[in-house]
Design a protein around this ligand. Structure first.
Ligand code: HEC
Length: 484
């Protein structure tokens, strides 16, 4: 009797699957699509996050099915700009090709829902501090109100920390008060009180331009979609006692007037047993980096390389450029002649300033040549070009100016050798800087101005066409600082 019922059951199952197979072959929301979207999209497409609409259920997702198929097929979503290289990154958001095909097949079959009882639960999203309770929580002193419409805004906010002793930081978690307008924020500290002075002079909360003489020390940042992470291997940023934190925030208006009040959680750690260093190529180096992009030029290119004087281990890499950035990459040529891709961003997007962290240490032996390429597009075909028609664009901190470099974060394999690397990199920067001064004197076509004229323009605050004593002092300070 028992055997018969098993047989009967098997027969029924067989009949069911064959008769329904034509329809059942199409992916359904409950079985196939929800697990992909909930895990790869809903982190950002949920209430309170940066994405413009939410993907929490069948209705919300099927409503935008065709658009979803298009953006996953083109690679626009999920946002992730590093092409596969030789190393994996933490938090890689990309879909597998099979997942993209599944979404397309689902949309082509008119988005069947399947059995609504079988929809998986939404993942548990953390709404509180992602890294647990911070050691210090600080907030902007007052809210900053952004206009409803108009250009993007860069603004710097000073947060006094009142630290009585030097501290070491392993992570900073940034929580925007208003995710619909905060695009990214970079963190610095200032030990000299200069940022406070700039803040005090400006009637609106925060201040606009970093003064040329302001010594700011970078300690990480946050960008839309970024996941906070502790530095690996017990590494830490030093935060000297008495320093002020500076948030350098990029805002993007949302269509209605909104106010931002950012909160930061700071995680302290013990003094590390070793330091780390940056290898930034080409070095972001004031007016001296020689970027001067003609209008209409679609492939303005700079490259730079640096030979490692010691064995290093890399743990992270990031790229930075402004609106004209087009492509950035960094590679390593090992002493045995083999080549490795450290980062490849074939389509730069200014909106996603991502810190990429390798899932393991990347060993680069002494003698490895690290090489970076940066390409800018100053033609009118670049839809992000802020100038219509395009204009000459030079190096500068404002987003209408340009920069462009790739930064590798490394430790010395033998920690006591880190200073050898730092010294050698400083020499590299000095050489690059003097070379670009030479270039500026030598290659003066019609569109190039003399160095004196450029310095005058840059530091002539009162606009009288010459530098008074205070302006000269500013210029001297700037160049002295950048030459170290
Ligand atoms: C890291 C955060 C993040 C993730 C993950 C993410 N999105 Fe988005 N998505 C955004 C943001 C931010 C925007 C708005 C982009 C803009 O306006 O430039 C957006 C916009 C969109 C749009 C609108 C595009 C348009 O042309 O208007 C669609 C559709 C979309 N996302 C689908 C998806 C899908 C599907 C996934 C998962 C496969 C996904 N997103 C994953 C942040 C994210």
């Amino acid at each position: 009797m028992k055997r018969i019922s098993i047989l009967l059951g098997a027969f029924l199952l067989l009949a069911l699957t064959t008769s329904e197979s034509a329809v059942a072959n199409a992916p359904t929301f409950s079985d196939d699509i929800a697990p992909i979207v909930f895990n790869k999209c809903t982190t950002c497409h949920r209430p309170g996050e940066a994405a413009p609409f939410t993907f929490m259920n069948y209705r919300e997702i099927s409503k935008r099915g065709r658009l979803i198929a298009r953006v996953v097929d083109s690679g626009f979503m999920p946002p992730w700009h590093a092409k596969s290289g030789d190393y994996q990154f933490h938090g890689d958001r990309r879909l597998k090709q099979s997942e993209i095909e599944e979404i397309k097949a689902w949309v082509a079959a008119d988005m069947p829902e399947g059995n609504p009882d079988k929809v998986p639960a939404l993942p548990k999203f953390t709404d509180g501090w992602q890294l647990g309770k911070p050691d210090l929580v600080v907030k902007m002193k007052e809210g900053y109100t952004l206009h409803a419409e108009g250009p993007d805004v860069y603004r710097n906010f000073v947060i006094p920390l009142e630290l009585k002793e030097d501290k070491w930081i392993s992570a900073i978690e940034f929580r925007p008060g208003n995710r619909s307008i905060v695009h990214h924020s970079l963190f610095y500290f200032d030990t000299e009180g200069s940022a406070r002075e700039l803040d005090a002079k400006d009637p609106v909360p925060g201040f606009r331009r970093m003064a040329k003489g302001l010594q700011r020390n970078a300690i990480g940042g946050w960008a839309v979609g970024g996941t906070p992470r502790h530095l690996p291997g017990g590494l830490a940023y030093k935060l000297p006692k008495g320093s002020d934190l500076i948030l350098s925030t990029h805002f993007h208006p949302s269509g209605k007037e909104e106010t931002e009040l950012s909160t930061l959680g700071i995680y302290f750690t013990d003094a590390p047993t070793q330091g780390f260093s940056v290898v930034q190529l080409p070095p972001v180096f004031g007016a001296l980096s020689g970027v001067n992009i003609p209008p209409g030029e679609a492939n303005y290119h700079k490259e730079d390389s640096f030979v490692l004087p010691i064995d290093v281990r890399a743990f992270g890499v990031s790229a930075h450029a402004h609106y004209l950035g087009k492509a950035l990459d960094m590679s390593a040529e090992l002493p045995d002649g083999s080549k490795r891709v450290l980062l490849d961003i074939p389509e730069w997007d200014f909106s996603w300033q991502e810190q990429y962290n390798y899932t393991g240490w990347v060993d680069l032996p002494k003698g490895t040549k690290v090489h970076a390429n940066v390409v800018w597009d100053n033609s009118s075909d670049n839809i992000n070009n802020p100038n219509d028609p395009p204009k000459w664009v030079r190096w500068g901190r404002e987003s209408e100016d340009e920069m462009g470099s790739v930064t590798l974060l490394v430790v010395a394999k033998n920690p006591s050798e880190l200073d050898v690397l730092k010294q050698s990199y400083r020499d590299h920067v000095r050489k690059a800087a003097s070379q670009s001064v030479v270039n500026r004197f030598a290659g003066s076509g019609n569109n190039r101005k003399s160095l004196i004229q450029r310095i005058t323009e840059r530091f002539d605050k009162d606009g009288d066409g010459k530098l008074n004593r205070a302006e000269q002092e500013e210029a001297r300070k700037f160049y002295r600082r950048n030459r170290r």
